[in-house]
Design a protein around this ligand. Structure first.
Ligand SMILES: *Cc1c(COP(=O)(O)O)cnc(C)c1O
Length: 466
């Protein structure tokens, strides 16, 4: 009885929560005083109710169609329900032996994904917590492989005394790529951040120059979807340079790789199929709950060696009996593929394309409306789902502070959420359109929220002048 009661309490709350409008929660509301743990526990249902009482009023409404911060996404109803079931079944997706059904569903979903993204059908896929772990895994594989190409045996010798590997990326690469490199054993002196153009793309000429000046093993990290501009690297010349210089090419496509699932936008990511590895998130644009992403590696043998060579769980990967832990850093973990199965099945090939297209269309529309209303300058080519705005700050007012104040005013009004970012030394307002619900009304709400906030902040700034 207690299980049914707990789940019902959760379900009743979810029903109310999901239909509630975004402004009914206050993410910055003060956190209440919590009583000591207590020696004796309380009733299960009461514990759930206490959790709801504490958390629900303070939730950041990032699942809403009017949340434009970072690149967040949301969760579709089907993915939420599958996520609950994943907990109910509580499978350990570590090995075939621990859950054959989780392994089979992973294999199925991996095939669907490679098909959707038009990546090599023989590539291996690891189910990870997100793009940073995907980048980390891919860069570990890359590191071991390029060392191997240079005659260094990572499996036997590790990194100690290894020839220095050079990593080449754009200065506009996502910050988590740097974190991943750090965790993978790279120091700052091995990372070459190359100048980027006004959309955050590497200059292939500068890349060639940098590659020519490094004698040792090389890894190139390219980007499908810059987090500020949405821009894609020029993959064809970069892939040719990778071949010419014997470099590993990794593509961070946390959200941008989904462009490949859309006939309208796939040309943006053309050429990145020539890479050796890719990262992509599910919890962003596919709109499944956290935490879910994939690492994809062209050469499954290289991928499998990253973790298991010579270790306790060693052995050749067996295509018929997939061990999930072979392809990801974690060992025990939830069966993330159940959610992905349901989410992808519900959308179908055209549904995924529609999701991408709709978000890009809304981004375009918003950018157009902002210009029409003379609220701001759009700083990026809105090629995908990201929009960067430079607001017209009143004369004599600090532009950076003005952007911060406008974002704060929008957030505290609570009807929409958007944040600031840093772009080429300038504070900007940044929006991401990556939620399945965002429609034309939401775009209008965002435009008017910006207009109100700009006016309110400008008038207080003027008042403080006089
Ligand atoms: C979000 C993002 C990441 C990091 O992904 P997580 O899912 O937060 O680990 C990496 N690269 C890009 C381009 C991103 O947008």
């Amino acid at each position: 009885m207690t299980l049914a009661k707990c789940l019902r309490a959760a379900c009743d709350h979810a029903d109310q929560f999901l239909v509630g409008s975004p402004e009914t929660t206050q993410a910055n509301a003060p956190f209440p005083h919590i009583s000591a743990l207590g020696h004796v526990g309380i009733d299960d249902e009461a514990a759930i109710q206490e959790l709801i009482q504490i958390v629900a009023p303070r939730v950041t409404r990032s699942g809403s169609g009017r949340y434009f911060g970072f690149v967040i996404g949301g969760a579709t109803p089907v993915s939420m329900a599958a996520d609950w079931l994943t907990s109910v079944w509580d499978q350990n997706a570590q090995a075939y032996g621990s859950s054959p059904v989780a392994a089979e569903v992973e294999a199925t979903v991996a095939g669907w994904l490679l098909d959707l993204l038009a990546l090599p059908a023989t590539a291996s896929v690891g189910f990870v917590s997100g793009a940073q772990m995907a980048n980390f895994t891919a860069l570990c594989v890359a590191r071991n492989e390029v060392l191997g190409w240079a005659g260094w045996d990572y499996d036997g010798q590790g990194l100690f005394g290894a020839p220095p590997v050079g990593v080449f990326l754009s200065e506009a690469a996502h910050a988590t790529v740097r974190n991943a490199l750090r965790m993978a054993g790279f120091g700052e002196s091995q990372i070459r951040a190359l100048p980027a153009d006004d959309q955050g793309r590497m200059f292939p000429g500068a890349l060639r120059h940098a590659l020519e000046s490094h004698a040792g093993p090389k890894i190139i990290c390219a980007q499908a979807g810059n987090v500020n501009t949405g821009a894609f690297e020029d993959f064809r010349p970069i892939a040719e340079l990778a071949i010419a210089h014997g470099a590993w090419l990794h593509v961070d496509g946390a959200f941008g790789l989904w462009a490949r699932a859309s006939p309208r936008f796939c040309r943006l990511a053309a050429g990145c199929e020539h890479a050796h590895s890719w990262s992509v998130d599910a919890h962003k644009w596919l709109n499944v709950p956290y935490d879910s992403g994939w690492v994809i590696v062209r050469d499954p043998r290289a991928h499998a060696r990253f973790k298991t060579a010579g270790c306790a769980y060693a052995g050749e990967p067996d295509a018929a009996r997939r061990d999930g832990a072979t392809w990801a850093p974690e060992n025990s973990r939830r069966a993330r593929a159940f959610v992905l199965f349901a989410a992808l099945r519900a959308l179908g090939v055209s549904g995924v394309a529609d999701l991408v297209d709709r978000c890009c269309d809304m981004a375009q529309r918003f950018a157009g409306r902002v210009v029409q209303e003379r609220l701001a300058t759009v700083l990026n080519d809105v090629c995908l789902n990201q929009v960067m705005l430079r607001l017209n700050a009143p004369a004599g007012v600090d532009a950076g502070g003005f952007h911060e104040a406008v974002a704060a005013a929008i957030q505290s009004e609570g009807l929409c959420w958007m944040g600031t970012g840093q772009w080429r030394g300038e504070r900007i307002l940044r929006l991401s359109f990556s939620n399945w619900q965002t429609d034309i009304e939401d775009v209008e709400a965002a435009v008017s929220a910006v207009a109100r906030a700009v006016q309110a902040v400008a008038s207080t700034q003027k008042r403080s002048d006089t």
